[in-house]
Ligand binder design. Structure first.
Ligand code: GLA
Length: 381
């Protein structure tokens, strides 16, 4: 049995002397389409074979418990009047989901959950969506709530808005819930429906490099960006930036700061890149795909300003290597991973040279991962 599953199961059985319901909920990568989701735009994520395993069982006690094995931290709580905990810890993801289920009018009783993950925190692979989805999916199953997958992901997202305080879009929760093995999902964040694309880059593959840094203030910077986008949409008289063209934006240039103009321009261009990337994948045109990925980073760095020195350095390392067709920061930004499109026969070489250069520059290790594209949140049979 997979060691993550067996460790969660063993702790659960040792503690509660009963067989649990086991759920796996994956993290995600994103090929392209960053900060477009909360603009009703397009994104191109995939669920991965890293994630969270959660074990559940109903409890007869008048309290519930949650045990985060990674943190070796266990809490007991009452289901009534759940409030965000001040420390902003992992329990807010759990409490937030429970509160959203309750808000919807569904009723749950006390339960015990033990969970553990193998997504490095702050890596931009969305351990938070994996945790939220594991909780909502597990409770839906345990208490027969009859929630659809769409209802569940909206609850996960709202948990993050209301209990964690990040006004995230829907990409992470969607990808984690709806992932399909060996596929990436071209997701329209307005209709919240996606089209699967089988990913087989033949002699190339995707590789992640984790900067192993997460700069503080990233949550407030994220919310600021979202606010700017909504403000500009209002000025343009549209629902979201997805509905704007570059020439629409040009017309209100005098009404916004140059910085905010660039941010909105980035979103419009990134949306366009994402659609072009799906076409490039259909055509098997990896050079075009790689250039779009580099273009995405350039915009995230210079226009949207959500990158950082460590991410920029790793992307520059990729550019120095002819066997890397594209590289960019992935996720919200300010740290976490780059995603790279690399020739298979150059993986080891690139991984070694980038790691050494990174160590020399920052006196810090980066981590290299290759991931498999996997199914979304499911019961482990
Ligand atoms: C975070 C958010 C997502 C998305 C990305 C940026 O991962 O949770 O909703 O906005 O940042 O693309």
């Amino acid at each position: 049995m997979n060691p993550l599953i067996s460790s969660v199961k063993t702790v659960f059985i040792n503690t509660f002397k009963t067989e649990p319901l086991l759920i796996f909920s994956p993290g995600r990568i994103n090929i392209i389409g960053e900060h477009t989701d909360y603009n009703d735009g397009f994104v191109f994520p995939a669920a991965i074979n890293k994630g969270i395993v959660a074990a559940f069982k109903k409890s007869d006690s008048d309290k519930s418990t949650a045990h985060a094995l990674n943190m070796d931290n266990s809490i007991e709580f009452s289901l009534e009047n759940l409030k965000p905990s001040q420390q902003g810890n992992w329990e807010n993801y759990v409490f937030g989901v429970i509160a959203e289920i309750q808000k919807s009018g569904k009723k749950i009783d006390n339960f015990n959950v033990v969970f553990k993950g193998d997504i490095p925190a702050g890596s931009g692979m969305s351990s938070s969506a994996a945790l939220e989805n594991s909780i909502v999916f597990g409770l839906n199953e345990l208490f027969n709530l009859g929630l659809s997958k769409h209802e569940m992901i909206y609850m996960s997202q709202k948990a993050e808005h209301n209990f964690v305080g990040v006004k995230c879009g829907i990409m992470d929760q969607y990808a984690s819930m709806f992932g399909i093995k060996n596929n990436a999902l071209l997701l329209d964040c307005r209709t919240v429906e996606s089209q699967p694309y089988e990913i087989d880059f033949k002699d190339h593959q995707l590789m992640l490099i984790n900067t192993n840094v997460k700069h503080s203030l990233s949550d407030s910077a994220y919310n600021d960006r979202r606010f700017v986008c909504e403000h500009i949409s209002k000025l343009l008289g549209i629902k979201a930036l997805r509905d704007a063209t570059e020439s629409d934006l040009e017309k209100i240039k005098d009404e916004v700061t140059p910085e905010n103009y660039q941010k909105a321009l980035f979103v419009i261009q990134e949306n366009d890149r994402t659609l072009k990337a799906s076409k490039a994948i259909e055509d098997g045109d990896l050079v075009t795909l790689g250039n779009l990925i580099y273009g995405s980073h350039n915009g995230l760095q210079h226009q949207y300003k959500v990158s950082c020195d460590e991410l920029d350095f790793l992307v520059d390392q990729a550019k120095l290597n002819n066997h890397v067709l594209g590289a960019r920061m992935m996720g919200g930004g300010f740290g976490g991973c780059t995603i790279n499109l690399v020739a298979k026969n150059a993986l080891e070489d690139f991984s070694k040279s980038a790691s050494k250069a990174y160590k020399d520059k920052f006196n810090k290790e980066c981590s290299v991962y290759s991931v498999e594209l996997s199914n979304g949140t499911h019961i482990i049979s």
